[in-house]
Design a protein around this ligand. Structure first.
Ligand code: 16G
Length: 242
């Protein structure tokens, strides 16, 4: 029951209650929660108060609203540790999900300025561009556009990258392993084309990530621009005082 005499606002009490139910697994992923009207009646609060609590939980990714159907408990997000240099395949396997990719583009093109800068090559040098939708259990989670120098990686073009890990392939065929990476992230409104591939609404919040990865000898071997669904990922990093 909510406490009308508490200094904690009613919407916040309801939000905490629902949050608790989700975290304890009493409300399960995919389950429909009661309507605003039902919650209002059950807790003797106004629909505006209910709406505020639910709106917050939608914004925080714990609930999803499906137009015409109701509000549902969201699938748990994938926890990703930002301090670990891993591949998409490794991340999904760690979460017991089956990774796959839809290859959208795989070709050689002249390096545009930001790619050339990251890979420390001249603008216009031939690079391989691999554009993939990355899926887990068949659901699109990210869109990645990777650029690698054509030399020595040209033989990659003969391989089917829809069921392969790029990092595992680079290790097996070229002895190249990621040793460190520089990663930058920003939140953006999802552009139309990316939204279509990721099956999200155009303009919904999405993480735009850039990664330059260096091999064992310190040479940059990939520059990747990606869009990660912010409703499917949760990022963690441990930080230390000086
Ligand atoms: C990750 C990397 C990406 C890399 C890919 C290789 C980020 C933002 N990006 O998704 O740079 O190319 O893994 O994955 O984490 P794969 O080995 O499964 O093909």
């Amino acid at each position: 029951m909510l406490n009308a005499n508490s200094p904690i606002p009613l919407y916040y009490q309801l939000k905490s209650y629902l949050q608790d139910q989700i975290l304890q697994g009493l409300l399960k992923p995919g389950e429909r929660i009661p309507t605003e009207k039902e919650l209002g009646e059950r807790f003797k609060i106004s629909r505006t108060t209910v709406r505020q609590a639910i709106g917050d939980l939608i914004n925080e990714g714990l609930l999803v609203r499906v137009h015409g159907k109701g509000t549902f408990v969201a699938q748990p997000r994938i926890q990703q540790h930002l301090g670990l240099l891993t591949s998409f395949t490794q991340d999904m396997e760690a979460h017991h999900r089956t990774p796959s990719s839809q290859v959208l583009q795989f070709e050689v093109l002249p390096a545009p300025p930001p790619v050339a800068r990251a890979l420390q090559i001249k603008i216009g040098t031939a690079v391989i561009m691999l554009k993939r939708v990355r899926l887990a259990d068949g659901q699109p989670l990210a869109l990645e556009i990777a650029y690698l120098p054509e030399e020595p990686f040209r033989p990659l073009l003969d391989l089917d990258m829809s069921q392969r890990s790029l990092y595992a392939t680079l290790k097996a065929h070229f002895g190249v392993e990621p040793q460190r990476a520089l990663q930058q992230m920003e939140a953006v409104a999802c552009p139309a084309e990316e939204a279509r591939f990721l099956q999200v609404n155009k303009g919904s919040p999405i993480l735009h990530i850039f990664r330059t990865t260096f091999d064992q000898s310190g040479r940059p071997f990939e520059f990747v621009e990606s869009y990660y669904r912010s409703d499917r990922f949760f990022f963690t990093i441990e930080i230390w005082s000086r």
